[in-house]
Design a protein around this ligand. Structure first.
Ligand code: APR
Ligand code: ZN
Length: 270
């Protein structure tokens, strides 16, 4: 089935669905200028994730320095990025009243800037736009930390309250998953009638188990991704290609939903 035919079928499934869960990964944001992790040239080509685990962050000031160096490199990419048509398509699904939950593995906040609501958005890997002390929990202003890191005032942020270890509010390898968000994501996967995965290699658990949970509970599964994923065999429809282009095409075939999407995204689709 070619990509246009797959988009048409996925659009018709979306138009008929009543409780949609959208699961996104870094691939939905690459067309906004934010590199993903596992594509050639992605972040894990340039940084060794085994050196940036939570245990190593907690144990060594040197790891914290490396961690904050990566965070300082990527933070401007996040704040300068704009939502692309794929993000706007996901926002249009919520605007149509069909979205049960948006579960994102991304830490860039682009879904909320595209129009998805906080209450329907689950950031299962946290957010890089926030920071907090892992020793006392005190929140810290991420933009102010970035300014001070760039100005060379600090190299490894320390907590202004207890002098403890400050970290971007993302979930690192080896760090406990956020209980509330993880439970919300799995409850939604069990209750949806359609799950659409956009831009994820579906290699990192527990998020990668969400499509299995949805299919086990009777939902249809659409996977939109440039490359094959380990979950493709469970998908009702697989859409290969750019998230921005394919999600725009899917929404065009999604009946009434496309009206809301068209208005929002058209200037970007020229
Ligand atoms: N359109 C469609 N697919 C794309 C695009 C695009 N423009 N750009 C990239 N992709 C695909 C890639 O082919 C890849 O399969 O998106 C997928 C991104 O996969 P990863 O880089 O592994 O990102 P993700 O699945 O979100 O990783 C999950 O791993 O490192 C951790 O915490 C990190 O949240 C992240 C988690
Ligand atoms: Zn503290």
């Amino acid at each position: 089935m070619n990509s246009v035919e797959s988009c048409r079928r996925a659009g018709e499934m979306l138009a008929r669905a009543e409780a949609v869960v959208v699961l996104t990964g870094a691939g939905i944001s690459t067309e906004s200028g934010i590199p993903d992790f596992r594509s050639p040239g992605g972040l894990w080509d340039r940084y060794d994730p085994t050196k940036l685990t939570f245990d190593r962050f907690c144990a060594s000031a040197e790891t914290r320095r490396d961690y904050w160096r990566l965070a300082t490199e990527t933070y401007p990419l996040l704040t300068r990025a704009e939502p692309n048509p794929a993000h706007l398509a996901v926002a249009a699904i919520e605007a149509s009243g069909r979205l049960l939950k948006l579960v994102t593995q991304n830490i860039d906040g682009l879904h909320q800037r595209a129009g998805n609501s906080e209450q329907r958005t689950v950031e299962i890997h946290g957010s890089s736009l926030k920071a907090h002390c892992i020793d006392c929990g005190r929140p810290h202003d991420r933009a102010e930390l970035h300014r001070r890191l760039l100005a060379g005032e600090i190299a490894v942020p320390e907590c202004e309250a207890c002098g403890g270890r400050v970290k971007p509010s993302t979930i690192s390898f080896g760090q406990a998953m956020p209980e509330k968000e993880t439970a919300e994501a799995f409850d939604a996967a069990r209750d949806c009638d359609l799950m659409i995965v956009v831009g994820s290699s579906l290699q990192v658990y527990p998020a990668a188990a969400l499509p299995d949970e949805a299919v086990r509970s009777g939902a249809s599964l659409v996977i939109v991704n440039r490359e094959p994923t380990p979950k493709d065999e469970n998908a009702t429809v697989i859409v290969r290609g750019s998230a921005a282009e394919t999600m725009s095409l899917i929404l065009k075939h999604a009946g009434d939903i496309s009206a809301g999407f068209k208005a929002a995204a058209d200037p970007m689709l020229r």
